[in-house]
Design a protein around this ligand. Sequence first.
Ligand code: PLP
Length: 360
Amino acid sequence: MPSGRFFLPGPTEVHPDVLEAQNRAIIGHRGPAIQELMRELQAGLEVVFFTERPVFISTSSATGLMEAAVRNAVKTRVLSLVNGAFSKRFADIAKSCGLEVDTIEVPWGEAHDPNVLRRQLAQGSYDAVTLAHSETSTGVLNDVSALAAVTAEHENVLVLVDSVTGFGGAELRPDDWGLDFVLTGSQKSFALPPGLSFGVASERMMERSASVPNRGFYFDLQKFASNQGKWQSPTTPAISGLYALQVQLKRMQSETMEARWVRHTAMAERTWTWVAEMKAQGVGLRVLAPEGQRSPCVTTIAVEDGESAPLIVDEVTDRGWVIGGGYGKLKPSTFRIGHMGDHTLDQLNDLLEVLTDVVR
Ligand SMILES: *Cc1c(COP(=O)(O)O)cnc(C)c1O
C-alpha cells in the first residue's frame, strides 16, 4: 500500500525513516552503548512529555502499563471513569488484580463531568482515579486537567491517565496538570511501531508504589526507577524499537509538540466538517462525540441506519485505503478515522475524497 493511506486509529502509519532505524545492529542491554542511548532517549522524552520526571520505557503494549498503573497505585479501592471500551478496560484490569472497583459510567460518546466526579469522591475513600484522555472507541476527549484538579481536592487520591491515543496529538502536561501516572503506547499518535509503551510517574506515585505489597514483578515501577538510575531497563528492552524512538523523538522535537497539536486539530476539524458536508447532502452520518468533547486524534462517525458501518469500512479497503471499524458494541453503528501520528491534512483530504464516493 502506498504511504499515507493507513488511517487505523492504532496502530498508525510509521514514517519510512523511523521504520528504517530499526535495521541497525543489536547492542547488549547492559553496558555503555545502551546507557548512552537511554540517556539521549530520556532527554528527548522529557521534552515531548513536558516533564522533569523520568519517563519509563516498557517493552509491552500500552495495556501493560495500564496494569502497572493500578498495581503500583492502588492498595484497596479505585474509582474508574468509564466512557468507552478502553476506559472500561482500566476498570476490568483493576478487578482482575483483585482490587475493589467503583465506576462512574456515562454513555459511550460522552465525556466525564468534573462535578459528578467531585460528588463521588466525597462518598468513598479511593486510592486512585483511572481515566482515558482520548477514548479511542468513541473519539471523546476528557478534560484531564479539570478532572485532575477535582481529584486533587482529596489529598491521597492519585490520578492515573491513559493517554494512548492522546499523547502526541492532544495537549498533555503531566507535571503542570498534577497527573500521578500518565501512560501511552508507541503505535498511536506517537507514530512508532507497536511494542513499546511509556509512563511518567509523579513522586507521590513512586512513594505509593513503594508501599504497595504484591505489586508484581514485570511492571514494578520501583524496578523501572532503579534501572533508569543506571540508564538501563529492568529486563531486555525491544532494542530495535528504541532505535525507532530515537529517530521519532528528533522528528517530534523539530516539528514541536505545539505544532503537532495544531496539526491534529486541523485534521480533526476537517473530518468533522466533512461529516457536516455529507449530512447536508442527505447522507445519514454524524460525529458520535458532541462538539467541545471531541478528540483531535480519532473521530468516531455514527451511521444513522445503525448497521451499515462495516460495509463502508470494507468498501474503503477495496479502494486501497484503511480506516477503522467500530469498537466493541459500536461495531455495526460506527466507523473510525485515526487522523493521528504523522498523517497530514493533504493525506486526509485524499481519504475523504474516497470516503465521499463510498458513502454517497
Ligand atoms: C490502543 C489503546 C489501548 C491499548 O493499547 P495496547 O497497546 O493495544 O495495549 C489502551 N487505551 C487506549 C485509549 C487505546 O487507544
